[in-house]
Each structure stands twice: as structure tokens, then as C-alpha cells.
Design a protein around this ligand. Sequence first.
Ligand code: 5CA
Length: 438
Amino acid sequence: MRLSRYFLPTLKEAPSDAQIVSHQLMLRAGMIKQEAAGIYAWLPLGLRVLNRIEQIVREEQERAGAVELLMPTLQLADLWRESGRYDAYGPEMLRITDRHERELLYGPTNEEMITDIFRGFVKSYKSLPLNLFHIQWKFRDERRPRFGVMRGREFLMKDAYSFDIDEASARKAYNRMFVAYLNTFARMGLKAVPMRADTGPIGGDLSHEFIVLADTGESQVFCDRKLVEMPAPGRDVDWDDLQAIVDERISMYAATEEMHDAGQFETQTVEADRLTARGIEVGHIFYFGTKYSVPMKARVAGPDGKDTEVHMGSYGVGVSRLLGAIIEASHDDSGIIWPDSVAPFDVVVINLRANDEAVCAACEEAVAKLEALGKDVLYDDTDERPGGKFATADLIGIPWQLTIGPKGLADGVVELKRRATGEKLSVPLDEALAKVRG
Ligand code: 5CA
């Protein structure tokens, strides 16, 4: 992608109402534009990262056995009356009336709709276990939308819903999502800690939030330091029996403010491991049994032929919020430092003299070779001065910067910089390519 033909509206200064660093950097890097309070347009660079995060979430959901579908953003109010949540949800729900005076709402979550889909098609326990997910925009009319995409009103969520014949099997579904979440966030370079959590309007009595520790986090959290450093379980696990992996983690103290018990914290952890911090909730999983299947009559025939209500759970990931969380966890004074796995481009090739034929030819050769290696390349072919180009490259956080100018070219070298460490190498192009290839 040539920068001269791209759309990257970077800003010198962040608007003064952007309070936290991730919001400031997303605006300065030309990733998002606010359209209304808590509602953003995703500009090309932001959309690239959003898509990459979405894809990691999708892959890890599928690895854990969940199946993707797509439900609409608009839902019928009557469906929500069946569960009793239409009135219970309160002013966070955006209610809409169509031209036929039919009451609709912009979905804040999808338990009712997925339960309706399920009951329409699934009649036997033989179709279970089943876990269906989608990645769709949600709307919650938050009282205080703030911090950019962290607490938006319109935001992208991955929500999965599991259906099982009984509680024991539903807990296995819960464990699969628990482990999938650990792997998902680790792939994005995040340390996300599962913590006991309040279930709020979703309901149920078993629930964990996945929290990324960051000073700007909205909630106060308390946990055992060892839990933060624990590596993710990885893909090669027995997906049918994850209890030991889950138990090892939930046996260590970790709780959000609402669930915190100071006495228990002291007895369960030694003082040196007691961590009190702030955190960002990037995921939340719930087991709520038959809360929706009873009122909505979602039943299947069991092995004995008798109809029984299914046991359900729901599992959310804040896909758009994750951009903010990743930036909070990975930036410096010059800008964003994207982990390789979610970066909008893998490499930026910086042309130091865009009016010099030999330099342009060398840059184009480098771009072509990088693309042949399967890399996504942003080619800064603009006639901006070098200082401005380096500042932009640092700001937008591309993991590798490959700089080519007349002086290096005369010596047969290019400069390769790793954004995360600042480490620079002056080497022949082929050596730089080998480094980037990894
Ligand atoms: N139905 C359940 C699970 S699918 C549910 O809605 N859970 S939730 O309310 O906890 O939301 C799931 C995730 O969405 C949260 O963990 C959070 O990461 C993200 N999220 C929630 N509200 C917002 C918001 N206003 N802005 C951005 N992300 C949000």
C-alpha cells in the first residue's frame, strides 16, 4: 500500500477531551473518528487492526468448537418480553419503532435471539453440545461513554452461546471458552487474568471476567501476582477435559472490586504476591443454566425421550475495546507499539528521497520482495521530510521500519528498525528481509 494513495489522517495533537493514552494515540494515528458520543467511524488503519483482532478471536473460537453465524443488530422487543428483560434492561437499551409501529431494539446482547434460533431448529440432545457465536455490533446507551473505543455506545463484540443437556456438560463448555480466552488474549500479546465477577443483567451464578492490568483500567482488581505471569495453556490441550487447567487458575485469588473479599485475599495469598491494580475487562463469560431456556421454552428430547430445558452459557469478548487495551499495554512516548499478531501492516518501507529514481527503484524492489514473503507493507513514498516520516512510522506502531536513502544505497545497505526495542541495523537488503521474515 502506497502511503501517497492511502488515507491516513494523522494529527499532531490529540483533542483535549481524549483523556487516556490509547484514545489519544488512536485519534493521532488516524485510526478512528468520533461521529457522536461513544460512536466512531473506523478509518482504514483502525479497521485493519480491528479485522486482525476479530480474526484471532474467530480462530480461537473455532478451535474450541464454536460455530460462527451472524445475527442482525435489530431485534424485536417481543422476544425480549419473553425473557422479561425488555423492561428490566433500562435506559441502556436503544428502543426503536418502525413505520408499522412495531417495537424494535438495537441489540445490547443476544441471549434471547440465539435461544429463539435454537428452539426453532434443535429438538434432540443428539445435536448437543452446541456453541454458536457471532461477531456483531452492539449498542448500549452507556451513561458515560468515554475513553474512546474502551467504553463506547456502539461497539464490536464477539458473543458465543452454549447449549448443553445438563449442568456437567455445560461446565465443560464453560471451560472450553475459559481456555479459548486465555489463548486468544495471549496471541494478542496481552496478559489477561480471569477473575471472579458479578453477573449483572446477563444473570447466573458462575462468571469470570478476563482483565488486562493497566493503570487506566476502569475497575479496581485484586489478584495473586503468580496468576498474571502464568503462560496460556496453548492449543494442544484435551478440549474434552480442561478442568485441571481451569482449577489451577481459579484456585488462585483474583476478584474484581464487586466480588472482593479482603479477608480471603489475605488468607489465600502471601503478602509478596498480593497485587492490587486497575484493570480493563476484555472478556466476560457466564454460566446461567436455564435462566433463558425455561421462560423461552428451549427444550430438547433427552436420551429417555423426555423434554428437558437446555443449560446455557454466554461468552463475550470486547473486540473493539481490545484495540484500546492493547495500546494501553503497548506504547511509548513516540506512539503505538503493535504486537506482530495484530499490527495493521507488518513493515513500513520509508523512502528518504522520493524524487530520486534509484532510491525509488530500491524501495519498490524491497516492497515487492517483502510482499513475496507474504508481508503486508505500507510504503511511505510521500515527499514529506525524513523526520516527519520517522515520527509517523513510530506513531502508527508498525513492527518493522525499513528505511532506504541515497547514502545507504551507495554503501549497499538499508536501515532496519524494530519498533518495539528501537534496535537499528544497517545491513544489505537481503539480510534485512531475512530478519523480517523471522
Ligand atoms: N452476553 C454477554 C456475554 S456474550 C455479555 O454481553 N457480556 S458483557 O456485558 O460482559 O459484554 C462482553 C464484553 O463486551 C465485555 O467483557 C467488554 O469487553 C465488552 N463491552 C461491554 N460493554 C462495552 C462498551 N460499552 N464498550 C466497549 N466494549 C464493551
